[in-house]
Design a protein. Sequence first.
Length: 202
Amino acid sequence: MSPLDVPDVVAVPMPAHRAATYPGSMDATRILRTRPGIAGDVLLALAVAGVTAAAQAANLRGPGGTPLDPLGWLLTPVLGGLLLVRRRFPVAVLAGSAAALIGYYASGYPPVGLALPLAGAVFSAAEAGRTRWALGVSAAVIAVDYGYRAGAGQDAGYLFGYDLALTLAVLGGAIAAGDAVRSRRHARAQAAERAALMAAQR
């Protein structure tokens, strides 16, 4: 070989697992892969916060008569923010949401409803297998809310003939939906376990 001859350079492909990664390159897609269900949690939180904010903006007349102030407006971010940790702390989220609503109404602020602001937390508790907690907290909040409103002189026909039925339907549906999701998830896990056992026995 003469000094002018240059040997060919053989390119060695980099293994796929050695592909370069760069700090700070995590995007929304990777976050959603890392934490399954976070998109649904965010959407649920936004939906509950949106419904609550819309009801507050309507400024309906209630038995309390206290005008909305910055403290009253905190109900919206509190209810929405709690739902962001609903998978880790379903009972705490349920209790916190119920306490926030009771405190809001006890302060005399304009009504925002009961079923829709609480539905996300009730659904989350039932989905986590805490159905008794969902039923018990729902019953307690309903008793406190409707007892207070009846004592404040609201029309009993509307209160117990229409509004209570609607609240029971929404909260009952949320509990049933959460329990159904939990049951389907459990059934899929059992099916996957059986498939794995059958594959191991072959």
